[in-house]
Design a protein around this ligand. Structure first.
Ligand code: PGA
Length: 266
C-alpha cells in the first residue's frame, strides 16, 4: 500500500484529480471506476474545473460506478445515477453511453441478479478498470461491501448494515422511503482493478482508516482487502490519518519514493 498524507481535504482532491487525468492522458481507452458519497465530490469539482479550462477531455473515457440503491429509480434525487449526472457527467464531455452505474431499478430479484452478472461482463468487455476511485465507510466498507463481505465477492445484491443506513439517513427526507438494499461491485471485482485510489478525509474516518491500513486482513473491515492489491494508494488528510501508528514512516516512504523516482538511492 502507498499511503499519502496531505495537509487538507482540498489537497486530497487535487492529488486524486492528478491521478485521474494521468490515466486519461496515458491510456488510449481509459476505464475509470467511480464512487459516490461526500468525499469524491471535491474530486469531481476539480475534474469539471480542469475540463472547463480545457486541460482534459473525457471523450475516450468509459466509467463504471461502484454501486446503486435498489428500491428507488434513477430519477430519484438520491439515486447514484442522479448523483453522478449532477456532480460530473452533465458537466463534462463524457459520452452518456460510456457511463455505467449498476442498473438496480427493478423489483424482480432475477432481473437484478442478471443485471449484476451483466455488469461484471460489461467491465470485462471494456478491458477492466484502469483506476478505481474509492471512499471508505465509517464501518470500513468499500462500495456497499459491508463488514463480513467475502473478499471474493462479485457484483451482487447486498443488504446494507444498520450503521450505513443511519449514516445515509441525512440524504433522505423525514418519513421518505430509504433503501436498505443495493447492487454493488464485490470486493473481488474491486481487487481486479489495475489500480485503486482510496480517498479519506476528516477525523470521523480515522478509525476505519487505521483498521484498513494497520489492522489485520479481516472481513470485519472490508477495506483491509486493499492490503492484497499490488497497486493501492490511500490518500488521506491529516485528520483521517490521525490514528495511524506508522504515520512518520509513511511520510518518509514518500520522500524516498520521490528520490528513487529521480534515480537516487541516497
Ligand atoms: P462518504 O461515504 O464519502 O460520504 O463519507 C463513503 C462511503 O460510505 O463509502
Amino acid at each position: 500500500m502507498q499511503v499519502i498524507i496531505l495537509p487538507s481535504a482540498h489537497e486530497v482532491a487535487l492529488y486524486a484529480a492528478d491521478r485521474v487525468v494521468d490515466v486519461i492522458n496515458t491510456k488510449p481507452d481509459p476505464v475509470l471506476g467511480l464512487a459516490t458519497g461526500s468525499t469524491p465530490i471535491a474530486l469531481y469539482k476539480e475534474l469539471v474545473a480542469r475540463y472547463q479550462a480545457k486541460n482534459v477531455s473525457f471523450r475516450r473515457v468509459t466509467s463504471f460506478n461502484l454501486d446503486e440503491y435498489i428500491g428507488i429509480t434513477d430519477a430519484h434525487q438520491q439515486s447514484y445515477r442522479a448523483f453522478m449526472e449532477h456532480y460530473l457527467f452533465e458537466q463534462i464531455d463524457i459520452f452518456d453511453e460510456n457511463t455505467h452505474v449498476p442498473i438496480a431499478d427493478s423489483q424482480d430479484v432475477d432481473v437484478l441478479k442478471r443485471s449484476a452478472q451483466d455488469y461484471e461482463q460489461c467491465i470485462q468487455l471494456a478491458g477492466g478498470i484502469d483506476l478505481q476511485i474509492l471512499g471508505i465507510g465509517l464501518n470500513g466498507h468499500i462500495g456497499f461491501n459491508e463488514p463480513t463481505s467475502s473478499f471474493a465477492s462479485r457484483t451482487r445484491i447486498k443488504t446494507l448494515s444498520e450503521s450505513t443506513v443511519v449514516a445515509n439517513k441525512r440524504f433522505f427526507e423525514e418519513g421518505e422511503y430509504q433503501p436498505h438494499l443495493a447492487l454493488t461491485m464485490g470486493i473481488g471485482t474491486i481487487l481486479e482493478s489495475k489500480s485503486v485510489l482510496l480517498m479519506a478525509t476528516g477525523k470521523t474516518k480515522a478509525e476505519a482508516v487505521k483498521a484498513m491500513i494497520e489492522g489485520p486482513l479481516s472481513a470485519m473491515c472490508p477495506a483491509s482487502a486493499l492490503q492484497l492489491h499490488e497497486a493501492a494508494t490511500i490518500v488521506l488528510d491529516e485528520e483521517a490519518a490521525g490514528l495511524l501508528e506508522l504515520k512518520e514512516y509513511y511520510q518518509w516512504c514518500e520522500q524516498k519514493r520521490q528520490q528513487l523516482h529521480e534515480g537516487s538511492l541516497a
